[in-house]
Design a protein around this ligand. Sequence first.
Ligand SMILES: C[S@@+](CC[C@H](N)C(=O)[O-])C[C@H]1O[C@@H](n2cnc3c(N)ncnc32)[C@H](O)[C@@H]1O
Length: 415
Amino acid sequence: MGENVGREIELTVDRIAHGGIAVGRLDGRVVFVSDAIPGETVRARVSDDRKKSFWRADTVAVLEASEHRREHVWAAASLDRDPRGRVGGAEFGHIALAHQRELKRQVLAEALQRQAGLGPDDLPNPLAVDALPGDTAANGLGWRTRIRLHVDPQGRLGPMASRSHTVIPVTDAPLATPAVQAAIPFAERFTGLGTLDVLAPTVGEPRLVIGEQKPSVIREVVGEREFQLDDTGFWQVHRAAPVALTAAVQEAIDPTVFDPRADNLDLYGGVGLLAAAVADRFGPATRITSVESDERATDHASENLAEWVGASAETGRVDRWLRTLDSGASEADRARLRAATVVLDPPRSGAGGEVMQLLGRLAPAQLVYVACDPVALARDVALAAEHGYRLVGIRGLDLFPHTHHVEAVATLVRT
Ligand SMILES: C[S@@+](CC[C@H](N)C(=O)[O-])C[C@H]1O[C@@H](n2cnc3c(N)ncnc32)[C@H](O)[C@@H]1O
């Protein structure tokens, strides 16, 4: 093993895999090829041959280009560079924007098929990945309100190379909003520091968060509403994502199933964005509890949800919190939980077996699952199906143009 690393191979790739890598075959062996588009024939340099069943390779030249190939939106990630010198974080930047969405749709469809056994005919609606407002006109640029940059040994700022811990210094960041780009101190040196976060909240000036800096409170506006949060805390990255997800969650809830007096939950709630979306849609009488492991985020959520008397925020890991709920629930509690709508927006790893099992035991009437990883979503949809939940709606959202990432909002109803 290792003797093929650096070897150049020619192959045609025919599909895109989870993670945004194209897949081809060479002498029967699967090869995962970066920076290629399904249908293309490329010359690629082998970067990893440790596994018997597959290799990894990076495109170095396109021999037969896809009609969807475009000049890369970020020169620092383009084929002109040696693969090890290409920045990560824009791995679809060489693909026409509309086709990026089609590839993301295919990845979502394949995950649902493979993990949950749901083919196109089993889905409640034709699968689509929708653009966020303004992205098509801007060619998918200028959307990142937050960016994490790393520091190289010379103190220069940049992202990591793809699948590597090597920092690639850059002088531009075209996926970032103009305000973030203007605030990035590209010319300064940060020797000895690990990371620099640059963010431009909707209220106030852009700011830098250097290394493990103490958090300070910022404000974000979503429609008519303002949210407080830490500058070090989680917030949706795309400038239009908070509004788009608010609307998507509101639309995903089946109103005929929703009961405002039930024990509704917003799991992995952050600072309460989606609990507010639910309460906004169903009115002041809505009961909903937001559950989040980061105590500071929960404190902010309590403030952000203060106008709804029935809304509250609790700190806890979702698995432990649900276990405690399950073990202590009275018959009346269980009835209110069975009538509940549960919104869940877990991190990339998904909710996982224990949380889905506990939800299965508590048996809320509907689940609205907001997912940033199609495979984790599909695996949790399969687990939910074991507990009698049926997928009744699903929609993809392109919250991360020019990357392989895709968001999905799915509705599951107890049958
Ligand atoms: C994808 S974010 C969603 C936040 C919120 N729904 C929003 O849209 O702003 C996931 C959140 O889950 C929290 N989290 C991660 N693992 C958790 C766990 N095991 N239990 C509770 N919260 C968790 C993170 O701190 C983060 O705030």
